[in-house]
Design a protein around this ligand. Structure first.
Ligand code: NAD
Length: 496
C-alpha cells in the first residue's frame, strides 16, 4: 500500500564537493503507473557544474588516495549500515519512480548490499602488493588507484548499477562523479548521498542530465576512467568521446541472451518452468541479462510451449507495484514501451503468433500507466528483429531447433554475448555451455537467479569491455604498477 510519505515529492540536487548545488532548471520524474503523478524533481546539471564536480573529485583524489584501505572499508561499512536502515524508504521511492514491484526493488537493494559487502571483504587481498624475488632481482607489483572515475548508470537497476561502481572505485582509492539516468534518477541519487555522508567532501559527487553532461564526463581530461552501463549505441559515442584523452573504460552493454533447452530437459519440472518465466519477465523484462530469446529442441517443443504458457499464466500478475500480489509492473518509460510494441507488431506483420501472458490485476491502472501485457511470440524466423535485437521489455520469442550445432551457431552469430543459459542434463548442458560466446552461462537457471557477485560479470563482443563483480570488479579500478629492481643492471646485448 502507498503511504503518506510515498505521496511526497522528492527533490534531488546535484551533489558537488560535499554539498547540494542548486540548479537553474529542474525536470519532473513521473510515476510510470500514473504518468500524471510527479514523484519528484531532479536538476539539469550544466556543463560548468559538471566541470566543478570533476574538479572537486580531482582535488579530493590527492588526499583520498593516501588513505589506508582499512579506513576506506570502515567508511563503506558505515554507509552499508545506513542504506540498510533506510531500505524501506529507498525501496518505496525506487518503486514509484521506476515501476518495479516492491519485492523487486528490495531485490535490487539485496544485490547492491551483497556486492558492497563482498567488495569490503575482498578489497584488502585484491589490492595486496605482490613482491617477488627472482633470479633477475626483485619486482614489486602494486594496484594503484586510477584517479577520477566517471560513473554513468542506466535506469533499469539504478541503485545496483551505481553501487557496483561506487563501492570498488572508492575502496580502491579513487574518487567519483556519478551520473544516474534521467529515467530513474531519484533513488540512485539518495543512495549516493547516503554513501557520500560517510566520506570526505569531493570523494563522491553526483550530477544529473543526459548526453550533454555525459559528454563532459567522457571528454574532460581530469577523468581517467569511465565506468559505463547502458546501451551499445551510447557506448559507441562514449568510446569516440573518450578517444581524445585515451581513458580507461569498463563498458557493460546490451545483450540478447539466449536460453537453450536441450532434448534432455524435463518439461514437467514446474520449478524449472517458473525459473524460465522469471528469467524472461522479472523487472518487466528490462534487465540486460534477461533471457531474450528461447530455443527449444524440436522433440520437446510443443509440450514445452504448452507448459510454458501454464507457468507464465500462474506467475505473471500485472498490477500496482505496491500490491504484494503483483509480480510484473509497468514498463519504465513510454519510449521503451514503444520500442517493445514496435518489435511485437513487426513480428506479427511477418506472420508470427503473439500470445498474451498472465493476468491483469487492475485494468484501470493498466490503461493509465506505461503497462504492456507480457507476450510470447511463436513462429518467428531466426533472423526476425524480435529475435536478433534486444527487446528490453515484456516479450519473448520461443523457437525450435534441430541439433546442438545449429543452436550454438544461432547463439554465437549475435553481435552480443552477455549471458546465456543451457537447460537439461547437467553434463550435456555444460558441454554446450563451453561452446557459447558469453560472459556468463548458467545451467538450468538464468538471469539474476544465476548471478554470483563473487565472479566477474561482463560481455563478449558488443556486450562490453572489461568485467564488474568479483576480484576483477575491484581491480578494474586500479592501474597495475610494476617496480623493478634488476640484479644485473647492464644488458648483455648492448655494446660497451
Ligand atoms: P542508455 O545507453 O540510453 O543510457 C545509459 C546512461 O548513459 C544514462 O545515464 C544516459 O543518460 C547516459 N548517456 C546517454 N548518452 C550519453 C552520452 N553521449 N555520453 C555519456 N552518457 C550518455 O541506456 P539505458 O536505456 O539507460 O539502459 C538500457 C541499456 O543498458 C540496455 O541496452 C541494457 O542491456 C543495458 N544494460 C547493460 C547492463 C550490463 O551489465 N551489461 C546492465 C544494465 C543495463
Amino acid at each position: 500500500m502507498t503511504t503518506q510519505a510515498d505521496q511526497e515529492k522528492i527533490i534531488v540536487e546535484a551533489f558537488i564537493n560535499g554539498q547540494n548545488v542548486k540548479s537553474l532548471s529542474q525536470l519532473a520524474k513521473e510515476n510510470p503507473t500514473n504518468p500524471s503523478e510527479i514523484v519528484g524533481y531532479f536538476p539539469v546539471t550544466t556543463r560548468e557544474q559538471a566541470v566543478e564536480a570533476i574538479e572537486a573529485a580531482a582535488g579530493a583524489f590527492k588526499t583520498w588516495k593516501q588513505t589506508s584501505v582499512d579506513e576506506r572499508i570502515m567508511m563503506m561499512r558505515k554507509a552499508i549500515e545506513k542504506i540498510r536502515a533506510a531500505e524501506n524508504e529507498i525501496v518505496h521511492l525506487l518503486s514509484r519512480e521506476h515501476g518495479k514491484p516492491l519485492y523487486d526493488a528490495h531485490g535490487e537493494i539485496y544485490v547492491s548490499l551483497m556486492w558492497m559487502e563482498f567488495a569490503c571483504n575482498e578489497v584488502t587481498s585484491a589490492l595486496q602488493e605482490e613482491i617477488q624475488t627472482h633470479e633477475n632481482g626483485k619486482t614489486i607489483l602494486s594496484y594503484d588507484p586510477i584517479g577520477v572515475v566517471a560513473a554513468i548508470s542506466p535506469w533499469n537497476y539504478p541503485i545496483a548499477l551505481s553501487t557496483i561502481k561506487i563501492a570498488p572505485a572508492l575502496l580502491a582509492g579513487n574518487t567519483i562523479v556519478l551520473k544516474p539516468s534521467p529515467f530513474a534518477p531519484l533513488a540512485a541519487a539518495k543512495v549516493a548521498e547516503i554513501i557520500a555522508s560517510e566520506f570526505p567532501a569531493g570523494v563522491i559527487n553526483v550530477v544529473h542530465g543526459d548526453a550533454d553532461v555525459g559528454v563532459e564526463l567522457t571528454t574532460n581530461p581530469h577523468v581517467t576512467k569511465i565506468a559505463f552501463t547502458g546501451g551499445t549505441a551510447t557506448a559507441k559515442h562514449i568510446i569516440r568521446a573518450a578517444s581524445e584523452t585515451i581513458k580507461d573504460m569498463t563498458l557493460e552493454l546490451g545483450g540478447n541472451d539466449a536460453a537453450i533447452f536441450l532434448a534432455s530437459f524435463d518439461v514437467h519440472d514446474e520449478r524449472a518452468m517458473r525459473r524460465i518465466v522469471i528469467s524472461n519477465f522479472l523487472t518487466t523484462g528490462q534487465i540486460c541479462m534477461i533471457a531474450k530469446r528461447v530455443y527449444v529442441h524440436r522433440s520437446i517443443y510443443d509440450e514445452f510451449v504448452e507448459k510454458y504458457i501454464e507457468a507464465a499464466n500462474r506467475w505473471i500478475r500485472i498490477g500496482d507495484p505496491f500490491d504484494s500480489n503483483t509480480t510484473v509492473g509497468p514498463v519504465n518509460n513510454l519510449k521503451q514501451k514503444n520500442v517493445v510494441l514496435g518489435l511485437v507488431e513487426d513480428a506479427q506483420k511477418r506472420g508470427a503468433t503473439v500470445i498474451p501472458l498472465g493476468q491483469i490485476l487492475d485494468q484501470k491502472l493498466f490503461d493509465q500507466g506505461y503497462y504492456l501485457q507480457p507476450t510470447l511470440v511463436l513462429g518467428c524466423d531466426v533472423h526476425d528483429p524480435i529475435v536478433v535485437e534486444e527487446q528490453f521489455g515484456p516479450t519473448v520469442p520461443i523457437l525450435p531447433f534441430d541439433d546442438e550445432e545449429q543452436v550454438i551457431q544461432l547463439h554465437n552469430e549475435s553481435i552480443y554475448g552477455l549471458t546465456s543459459s543451457v537447460w537439461g542434463k547437467e553434463e550435456d548442458a555444460i558441454s554446450v555451455a563451453r561452446q557459447l560466446e558469453a560472459g556468463t552461462t548458467m545451467i538450468n537457471t538464468a538471469a539474476v537467479q544465476g548471478l554470483d557477485v563473487r565472479f566477474p560479470f561482463g560481455g563478449f563482443k558488443q556486450s562490453g569491455i572489461g568485467r564488474e563483480y568479483g576480484t576483477e570488479g575491484i581491480r578494474t579500478y586500479t592501474e597495475k604498477h610494476v617496480i623493478n629492481v634488476p640484479k644485473t643492471l647492464d644488458l648483455p646485448y648492448i655494446p660497451e
